[in-house]
Design a protein around this ligand. Sequence first.
Ligand code: B12
Ligand code: SF4
Length: 573
Amino acid sequence: MASKTAPPEKFIVEIIKPSHYDDEGYVIQWRRAFIPSNSLACLYALVQDCQERRVLGDGVEIEAHAHDECHAVVPTRRIIRRVRANGGRGLVMLAGVQSNQFARAIDLAAEFRAAGVPVAVGGFHVSGCLAMLPEPPAEICTLQEMGVTLFAGEAEGRMAGFLADAFHGRLKPIYDYLDDLPDLAGQPTPYLPPDIARRSLYFAPVDAGRGCPFKCSFCTIINVQGRKSRCRDAEDLERAIRTQAAQGIRRFFITDDNLARNRNWEAIFDRLIALRDEGVAIKFMMQIDTMAHKLPGFVDKAARAGCTRVFIGLESVNPENLADCGKAQNKVGQYREMLMAWRARHVLTHAGYILGFPADTPQSIERDIRLIQRELPIDIMEFFVWTPLPGSADHKALYESGAWLEPDLNKFDTEHVTLRHPRMDGRTWQDLYDRAWRLYYSPEHVRTLLRRGHVIGAGMKHLVAAIAGYYGSFLAEGLHPLQCGLFRRRVRWTRRPGLARENPLWFYPRRVWQTAVAFARLAWYALKVELIRRQIARDPRAKEYTDAAIAPVGAGEDAGSDLDGRVALRRAV
Ligand code: B12
Ligand code: SF4
């Protein structure tokens, strides 16, 4: 207990969101990140709330620092010095660690543990493995042997007790709250200090709810966050957005995996509409399912609330694949109607597509992408290699069957092949990932996308930026755009253990060259897309453009069942 005259005692909490290693073993990081981490924002807000409530006692100050390795080099030595200077009273929290980030998290944890700093790790890898596997896998045991605390489940409602344990030096080896998911109403909303938001191009993440009712077998979310919708109060969310808007942040990513299945969607949209009516011009992106447009008023209110882009888990246009992964809610025959509904409200559609389902072959994938180009008015496509992510039913089944799975978790980033495919070898599958991007973003199709966009006459700059930013990042950096930011950093001494530290005389000139080439590629690509836009804008007949994808949806086009749906898609050619 501190006396009245003594300075307050301090407890230091360092919250770190790890990144992962690239194929050459360097940590993937940027000067500016595109999308900041919501996991980091949630944990930072929870720790701040504990500080405001003085949960460690009146005389104890909690000093929290947030680090996002995607856009900042984690100052490991400074952190160790800070904790030591505070008499060892501190904790490193490795936050929201995904499977692909686990190897990096282990390396960071090792450095802190070697210096005697307490470390705790949470996030989807720990939660997913503990939720689904019969025993903890080797990498989790490695952390336990290092004396690292594991946290499974969600931290809302638990942070005060957890920090008290850390402060009093009685952290348990494991905290498992997977069977007791918290109600999110009234909980602190995600928040990051403005300097972190600045490094993320003034974009802020916020989750309005967790959980999804569907049952896709490749999905980890339902096994970690559950299938019941647990949502924040609309007023809490509004307050969070107002606070950030007052700091100059006007663009948000609502990170719910499926905002359409959040029970509060309408109340949330109504509040955002009112906010915009007041002149607070916020904009946001969200993730939804393929049937969201059927909810009365959903598309209209989303657009009025400031939604500029929707991420849609299309996954496949092959009904066999959709049936195989249990994604029964995706009706291929209704995709066009759905996309046209968003298009009518000038909301950009951004579809995720998975490559390498068991029924896929190189020929079928190529055919399906061409079909999409011809018949579906999707603006942006992003591709993923089918990956059994730890926490999913698919991973559990493969793990238990003893099938070969890539031993390096760093590769579970949905860009690398991590298992054997029944119909193609690993090299062919990996090459297909690259080929799919190039095929979809062929110069002819980019022109078509812009022509389709021009017809509705809105959001062309947004579309150009989306195409250039997305495909341009892939071209320039060879990484999935979800991992990308602006101006890649490579720090010579953060190379993966086991790989040699490169000679500075070779490393630095090469970095200058690589940076210049990447920047030139991105800028050149953006210029090319912009020039196409201008060409189209100058064409007096461009507004008359039409094709099978943007033709009005016919009455009989929705043939109902998946299989008929596919036939309907073909008929429209
Ligand atoms: C928003 C999001 C992103 C954003 C931002 C990342 C972020 N983490 O915010 C972007 C778009 C950049 C992104 C990218 C990727 N993502 Co992502 N993403 C999400 C998403 C939709 C929401 C994340 C989130 O905010 N969750 C809510 C937070 C609060 O939950 P949480 O992280 O589990 O944290 C809670 C608890 O775990 C706990 N906790 C966490 N850490 C710690 C630490 C301590 C010490 C304690 C006490 C507690 C604690 O407390 C937190 C609060 O309750 C999730 C799905 C989901 N529903 O979570 C996928 C998800 C995390 N992503 C995933 C993947 C695979 C990726 C990508 C590789 C590409 C891809 N296919 O999507 C890239 C990786 C690049 C990167 N740099 O992250 C997977 C990870 C699966 C796995 N087994 O690893 C998920 C689960 C989705 C999925 N496909 O299954 N993603
Ligand atoms: S719709 Fe999306 S979040 Fe829901 S179960 Fe399927 S993959 Fe998971």
